[in-house]
Design a protein. Sequence first.
Length: 125
Amino acid sequence: MFELFPAAVVSRSPTAPEVAMAHRHDDPLVVTTHAPSPTGGRDGTPRTFVWRGRRHTVCAVLDTWQERRPWWRAVGQGDAPSTAGAHPATERRVWRVEARPPVGPVGVFDLARDDDHWLLLRAHD
């Protein structure tokens, strides 16, 4: 199940506004990344990801930011500290990417690295 959030209003003509939408998913992904370079170049940014059995190739990174992860979802679900005493991170890195599946149009996706796994947060229309 997914929720719909209006992302922006795009007008093609004064009489026919069109609403661009972002579909929220929180689906797990398999992601390959660029290896970090010693000179501070590519820092683990996504190269490809597999979503719903289809490999998408990242054409461009449009933006990246840090955001608070929804830590409250884990409260009461048995998320105890590890044996080393480390708690899950309270923030995660998000990449907004333009990516192409093998067949079909290019899409815009928000991918997040959450502790030790990747998630597709949103797919934008």
